[in-house]
Design a protein around this ligand. Structure first.
Ligand SMILES: C[S@@+](CC[C@H](N)C(=O)[O-])C[C@H]1O[C@@H](n2cnc3c(N)ncnc32)[C@H](O)[C@@H]1O
Length: 251
């Protein structure tokens, strides 16, 4: 298995920690994604690559009928345990276990970069009704905050974390042009240890060996325990959610 495939499949090893330590999504981002539909209540929505249900829970809270699809067994079990009122199905973006044209929207949270886009985009187009929306969301750190930028350097592993510009990967003739918006977000962490636990749910940390991970964790903890922004009790990690939405065109 190549590194990309190993990383895409790595999250289950940290499923419980992922559910506990990763941030959720801003509700404003979910609402903006659905704006092209006009009616934004009680929609049939798919959370594709739903993981432990971080985005699923936000969609349920907005009152939508949600199907969650996730290939990793451990991640899907966490989702079922934690998010109720959802149809949860095993499956991949390249072969979505849902009939044609049955959905108003497909959401993808921090996962589109793991898909085989040439197969996933026609599959997503297949399950969406004409006029339906594909929304690809990411949660990113805010690099212009000094302590976050320094932490990113301290926590760098031997596996690089480079992501392509999403505008390129989500363009497809079944969809109109992607629109983009950014939403500020924060993630409250109780302690330096809790932020280190969040970092340990990133695939670039999961796939490295124990020795390298332990060394990085030690460096991160020392850094966070020294910084005035993070050393004392709860603190907010500044984040942003990048959202790309595109409308399924009629054929
Ligand atoms: C970073 S997690 C995001 C999970 C969740 N959407 C969230 O926002 O917390 C990436 C997820 O993508 C899933 N994944 C990886 N490759 C996939 C594929 N080809 N099709 C569907 N899901 C995939 C992984 O199992 C993992 O749960």
């Amino acid at each position: 298995m190549d590194l990309h495939a190993r990383r895409a499949d790595s999250f289950g090893a940290q499923a419980e920690a992922y559910a506990e330590h990763r941030p959720d999504y801003p509700v404003a981002a979910i609402r903006w994604a659905l704006e092209p539909l006009g009616k934004t209540e009680q929609l049939d929505v798919l959370d594709l690559a739903a993981g432990t249900g971080k985005l699923t829970a936000g969609l349920v809270a907005e009152g939508h009928r949600v199907t969650a699809v996730e290939p990793n067994e451990q991640m899907l079990s966490e989702l079922v345990r934690r998010v109720h009122g959802v149809r949860a199905l095993p499956g991949h973006a390249e072969h979505i276990p849902v009939p044609d044209q049955t959905l108003d929207a497909v959401f993808v949270g921090t996962a589109f970069h793991w898909f085989d886009q040439e197969k996933a985009l026609p599959e997503i187009a297949r399950v969406l009704r004409p006029g339906g929306v594909l929304a690809a969301l990411w949660i990113d750190t805010v690099p212009d905050v000094e302590w976050m930028a320094e932490l990113e350097n301290v926590s760098r592993s031997s596996v690089e974390d480079r992501r392509e510009d999403p505008t390129g990967i989500i363009t497809h003739p079944s969809f109109g042009p992607p629109e983009h918006a950014t939403f500020p977000h924060v993630h409250r962490r109780e302690s330096p240890e809790a932020l280190v636990a969040t970092t340990n749910t990133y695939s670039r940390m999961i796939v490295i060996d124990d020795e390298e991970r332990a060394a990085i964790n030690e460096k991160m903890l020392a850094f966070l325990r020294e910084r005035p922004e993070t050393s004392n009790g709860p603190f907010d990690v500044p984040l942003r959610s990048e959202v790309y939405r595109m409308v399924r065109v009629s054929e």
